[in-house]
Design a protein around this ligand. Structure first.
Ligand code: FAD
Length: 297
């Protein structure tokens, strides 16, 4: 099933993101975790693509396994900046052969090794080029792409970032998912600006439940996301107690989702980090609060 057909409903639905193992020895534990998340029947699940493409096989293996065993619509991520055209062509074909209907088309981060090479020789510099190639391949994918309510770090201004986002969407993007946000007002403000700029596709806010104090530094470094003082105090207070921190992280994420729903947002993407207990905790809270207005799926 295509994600664009899932995100049209009025009831709140959640999707969960998982990541593939970095090495073969962790494959089984990752597979088990992703299956436990699938058993919660989210609206769809996404599987990230390892930077540099090193774990690309696992992305597809996990996506195919969940789709076949649980009948959950799957979104497979694909990055392009460290790939050549032939590799991308092959990945698109592999996804089609696996029956994956949704692709998250991304550029990928620029590593220092990559930046040291001659940019004019790269087959891909931006995500829009990948989207053009997916479209040109004739494959009938629903295409997702990334957006940044707090600006992509390489953009000088938000308007410049939004201009490039509009160009990207116009290449054939069906929906957008945001970088993780911890302050909903930044997302709502961003939505206003992109709608003004003529970007009309559905946008799924990305919520990352923080359940360990040491996750905070990494999450902020990777995303550049703003940490509200309210959230910082929570980490200061509970960071030393893993159980309490997990529960507090689930409550904070639930609170963000409820606030988004109250502001008219019905599809939320949760960076569930291969943690079924966290995904289940959020689902349970939402079901308690919303009753029949929350179907999960
Ligand atoms: P782009 O859309 O190409 O944008 C990158 C930068 O270039 C922006 O500053 C943009 O404004 C600018 N730009 C775009 N077009 C132009 C142009 N024509 N001229 C000049 N500047 C331009 N990374 C992974 O490795 N694997 C994953 O699975 C993964 N999943 C992600 C999922 C989500 C929801 C998000 C938000 C990010 C994800 N990332 C992932 C990280 C992503 O690869 C990085 O954030 C990367 O730096 C940018 O990717 P992009 O597709 O947004 O790039």
């Amino acid at each position: 099933m295509k994600i664009i057909d899932i995100v049209k409903q009025d009831k709140l639905s959640l999707s969960f993101e998982v990541f593939p193992p970095k090495k073969e020895s962790s494959y089984d534990s990752v597979e088990k975790a992703t299956e436990a998340i699938a058993a919660l029947s989210p609206a769809f699940m996404s599987v990230t693509y390892g930077a540099g493409g090193g774990t690309s096989r696992y992305t597809l293996d996990i996506a195919r396994n969940i789709k076949d065993r649980f009948n959950i619509p799957m979104l497979a991520h694909l990055t392009c900046v460290s790939s050549d055209k032939e590799t991308v062509r092959q990945r698109i074909k592999d996804m089609q052969d696996a029956g994956i209907e949704n692709v998250m088309a991304l550029r990928g981060d620029l590593t220092p090794e990559l930046e040291a090479t001659d940019r004019s020789k790269w087959d891909y510099r931006y995500a829009y080029e990948l989207i053009q190639d997916i479209k040109a391949s004739g494959a009938d994918f629903c295409i997702g792409a990334a957006c940044y309510p707090e600006i992509h770090p390489e953009s000088a201004t938000q308007w410049e970032d939004i201009d490039h986002l509009k160009e990207k969407v116009d290449c054939g993007v069906d929906f957008l998912t945001t970088q993780m946000i911890f302050d909903n007002s930044l997302f709502l403000n961003f939505m206003y600006k992109i709608r003004e700029a003529g970007i009309k596709v559905p946008v799924l806010p990305g919520i990352m439940p923080i359940t360990r104090a040491n996750q905070v530094e990494r999450a902020v470094k990777l995303s550049g996301s703003y940490m509200p003082p309210r959230f910082k105090s929570l980490v200061d207070k509970f960071g030393g107690d893993p159980d309490a921190m997990t529960r507090a992280g689930i409550i904070y994420a639930t609170d963000q989702i409820i606030d988004l729903y109250a502001n008219g947002i019905t599809n939320v993407h949760v960076y569930s980090m291969n943690k079924p207990e966290v995904a289940a905790g959020i689902m349970q809270n939402l079901s308690d609060i919303l009753g029949k207005n929350f179907e999960g799926r």
